[in-house]
Design a protein around this ligand. Structure first.
Ligand code: NDP
Ligand code: OXD
Length: 311
């Protein structure tokens, strides 16, 4: 029998119990705070934003599943046990993110930010948008989510480029840029910047005033990775000077965004409350059970955290 210890901050747990037990009826499902004895039997933990120090108490854990693709909520725990950490990478998560990116890219391409502002001011003025094949989309972070986003954007005809840390093989319809030496050229050719990077020491405030200035005039920015990537004051300065035409932010440096943050009311900014891709119980439960079986059989799980690189 496999025991799963479950801890989810701010999400209902019951749908997860049902989905996991539907995948494997032999599961013993324990919810915080009713864990039983921390030393009882081998177990897996499935968590989102656990209290720091909590996981250390469970000396028999074989692995921890992050109920999202990001692991910053775990790496901030100084007592995180040295066991495998598995990040979500199920199809539902990828599809959810691809939908969000498609929606946001189309919104910026078809200039919905100024059009919505015109509506608020009862202004009827035609706004003409370029054809898709003249719009250069740049995806920063070409991992599981970035790739899926490219897949959904490509048939529309956008000119797509991707920036990542490691060299990628040639791929039809994608121009690849790799590493710090290529970031400036990547930004200079990007009209709509899609950010899908993890929060690491290297990505923190990577998009500062100088780098945002490299984007062509009129470019827009979509961030659905982590809020730490962008210097928000620099972003606002570029929006106010009309260097940038708009931004869609699903993630911000401080979440929830404080009620008095000026960002809420900026004419050129669309805010969504970190909902670009929420792990779905059906595909998520199947992914967790599949990986538990792999580990139990002595295999290597999918999407294991690389602690050296922080993602
Ligand atoms: P992956 O690990 O699959 O991909 C991460 C990508 O970022 C890779 O392409 C990686 O490059 C690149 N990268 C990392 N560090 C650097 C760096 N220093 N320089 C250049 N490229 C870098 O992650 P996912 O695609 O699954 O998820 C990405 C992030 O999206 C998550 O970490 C999470 O923070 C966020 N997220 C947000 C959600 C939301 O609802 N807003 C939902 C889910 C995830 P390489 O390919 O070379 O390794
Ligand atoms: C994730 C997230 O990391 O929801 O999956 O942000």
């Amino acid at each position: 029998m496999t025991r799963i210890l479950f801890y989810l901050k701010d999400f209902p747990i019951e749908p997860w119990r049902n989905a996991l037990v539907a995948e494997d009826a032999s599961l013993e499902f324990r919810m915080y705070p009713d864990w039983g004895e921390p030393s009882d039997g081998p177990a897996y933990a499935v968590v989102w934003e656990p209290e720091p120090g909590l996981l250390k108490k469970f000396t028999n854990l074989k692995a921890v599943f992050s109920l999202g693709a990001g692991v910053d909520h775990l790496l901030s725990d100084p007592d995180l046990p040295e066991i495998p950490i598995i990040r979500m990478g199920d199809d539902g998560l990828k599809e959810g993110m691809a939908e969000y990116i498609l929606m946001s890219v189309l919104m910026h391409h078809r200039q919905m930010v100024p059009i919505a502002s015109q509506q608020r001011n009862a202004k009827w003025r035609r706004v003409i948008s370029k054809s898709a094949n003249k719009v250069r989309v740049g995806i920063m972070g070409y991992g599981a989510l970035g790739k899926k986003a490219a897949e959904i954007l490509r048939p529309i005809g956008y000119e797509i480029a991707a920036w990542s840390r490691r060299q990628k093989g040639a791929e039809e319809g994608i121009k690849h840029f790799t590493g710090p030496d290529a970031i400036n050229a990547f930004l200079r050719r990007t009209d709509i910047l899609v950010c899908l990077l993890p929060d690491t020491d290297e990505t923190n405030k990577l998009l500062n005033h100088e780098r945002l200035a490299l984007l062509p005039k009129g470019a827009s920015v979509i961030n659905a990775g982590r809020g730490s990537l962008i210097d928000i004051q620099a972003l606002i300065a570029h929006l106010d000077s009309d260097h940038l035409s708009g931004a869609t932010l699903d993630v911000v440096p401080e979440e929830p965004l404080p009620a008095d943050a000026p960002l809420w009311h900026h004419e050129k900014v669309i805010i969504t409350p970190h909902v670009a891709a929420i792990t779905r119980t059906d595909t998520g439960a199947a992914y967790i059970i599949r990986n538990i079986k792999t580990i139990d059989a002595g295999g290597e799980p999918e999407n294991k955290l690389d602690r050296n690189h922080g993602y």
